[in-house]
Write a protein that binds this ligand. Structure first.
Ligand code: PLP
Length: 499
């Protein structure tokens, strides 16, 4: 036992944690490992080239009886974990919304893990509680949001939007907190409106809140995938006539499929007229508002009741950190505050206790990494990086637009390009052509991804399969954009040759 657990072997001591000396040794090793990982990340396939079950098959099915040496554990990260990773930090990760961590963000995560604070009460976490207010207020200022917006950190935009909709419901004063919704004949059908391009998290919020899918009205969009405000007004009026109770509208700035921007100002007019809660989902594109000349994208949000944006998407902050802003934090608190005796504190009325604003009790010290990211890059440095991503997306979209066998399928307001290969074949019907192009583009995407050199994803717009190239990684440069364009053309040529 003594030999097995001695410090020479890197094993745990009989009691307590790793010694400070060992911690320092392995800590330096891990930092070296991470530096090498970033330096050599381009040598790895972006998308994990493994089959389902591959990793599990290589790992023991039961836990080790005795502690193992740290050296062996780290070696297994190299051997087993690395090959099964999809590398989100790879500069040619263009799928979904491309994101990236950053050095200051990683340091923030490390320190937060070391502090291991549970930010439920101010008293258990003064630094976390107050830094959260400061960092989110900095972000609010950088985005040009109104001063009345108070910030709160959740893990994800999905969870933030669920809390926004819960607050909208609480705002109706229907005693749902006290009496719930089931078995109540006095409750009308509550309605939430979002565009057909809204993120699935809005529908999921309704599942979680017991409102059900029936509560959701998906409002049609125009030919640029923006919510049709006239159709929204019509839907609300029809619902009112039918006896339903409109409750909340979710507008999106930067929809998931195309990054389209709903007309928030027109939607805010309608919400004001009908006294509806306006929640803005700016999960991806909110970060673009830190670029001064792109602030216009937030027009109308100054009249919103709540808004969410994800620094973990496009503000170089490691996952997870979602920034939620609300001008009625008291309503959110009314919906969720529940204080058992063992969590009562004398200062409760004069401080903010994070547990009062959601279903979580303990909350991570996430603000630290955001604060460090903002300080390290500065407003100007963050804006420069986001501006560059938009420039790269416009460069790529110009190549697509000019190429005979390719086409753009949506406007490019930010750093996401929706496009497809469109080689023409004479004598096809429209249906034949669309079916062929869907198959071709899907194969093209799979073939590009299988090279390991880049990772693209897709969506469907009006039934058409669309390729998405999302740029948002700190390491992505013009060279990577040129390379993916070449790769797409090479793979498309191979496919047309093999026909
Ligand atoms: N809203 C929009 C517009 C999104 O694009 C996404 C994710 O891509 C989400 C919400 C969900 O984000 P999260 O993973 O933080 O819940």
């Amino acid at each position: 036992m003594k030999e097995e657990n001695s410090e020479q072997t890197g094993c745990a001591p009989p009691l307590g944690d790793m010694s400070a000396e060992e911690f320092r040794r392995f800590g330096y090793e891990v930092i070296d490992w991470i530096s090498n990982y970033f330096e050599r990340i381009e040598q790895r396939p972006v998308l994990a080239q493994v089959q389902p079950g591959d990793l599990k098959a290589q790992l023991p099915a039961s836990p080790p009886e005795k502690g193992e040496a740290m050296e062996a554990i780290l070696a297994d990260v190299d051997r087993f974990i690395l090959p099964a990773l999809t590398h989100w930090n790879h500069p040619s990760f263009f799928a979904l919304f491309a994101t990236s961590t950053s050095a200051p963000g990683i340091f923030g995560e490390m320190l937060s893990a070391a502090f291991d604070v549970k930010a439920m009460l101010w008293r258990t976490s003064p630094a976390s509680t107050e830094l959260e207010e400061v960092a989110l207020d900095w972000l609010r200022q950088m985005m040009g949001l109104p001063e009345e917006f108070e910030g709160l950190i959740y893990d994800t935009a999905s969870v933030a939007s669920m809390h926004a909709i819960a607050a909208a419901r609480e705002n109706l004063n229907l005693r749902i907190r006290e009496d719930g919704m089931s078995g109540r004949a006095d409750l009308p059908l509550l309605r939430v409106y979002a565009s057909q391009q809204a993120h699935s998290s809005i529908e999921k919020s309704l599942l979680a809140l017991g409102l059900g899918q029936r509560s959701l009205v998906l409002v049609p969009t125009d030919d640029e995938y923006r919510m049709d405000a006239t159709a929204l007004a019509r839907a609300i009026e029809e619902d009112k006539r039918a006896g339903a109770l409109p409750m909340c509208v979710v507008a999106t700035i930067g929809t998931t499929s195309t990054s389209s921007i709903d007309p928030v100002a027109a939607i805010a007019d309608i919400c004001e007229q009908h006294k509806l809660w306006l929640h803005v989902d700016a999960a991806y594109a909110g970060s673009a508002a830190v670029v001064p000349e792109m602030r216009y994208i937030m027009e109308g949000t100054e009249r919103a009741d709540s808004l969410v944006t994800n620094p973990h998407k496009w503000l170089f902050t490691p996952f997870d950190l979602s920034a939620f802003y609300c001008r009625h934090m008291d309503v959110l608190r009314r919906a969720f505050s529940l204080v058992p005796e063992y969590l009562r504190t004398s200062e409760a009325e004069t401080v903010r206790n994070g547990m009062d604003y959601g279903i979580q009790l303990g909350r991570r010290f996430r603000a630290l990494k955001l604060w460090m990211v903002i300080r390290y890059f500065g407003h100007e440095g963050l804006a420069r990086r986001i501006r560059e991503h938009c420039r790269l997306a416009h460069l790529f979209s110009a190549w697509v637009d000019e190429a005979r066998d390719w086409e753009l399928l949506a406007p490019v307001p930010f750093s996401l390009v929706c496009f497809r290969a469109r080689p023409l074949v004479i004598g096809e019907s429209m249906e034949e052509r669309e079916a062929r192009l869907d198959r071709l583009n899907e194969t093209l995407m799979n073939n590009v991804n299988a090279t390991g050199q880049a990772y693209l994803s897709h969506t469907r717009l009006n039934g058409t399969l669309v390729l998405r190239l999302a740029i948002g990684n700190l390491r992505t440069s013009e060279e990577h954009i040129r390379r993916i364009w070449e790769l797409l053309n090479e793979q498309a040529a191979l496919l047309s040759g093999s026909k």
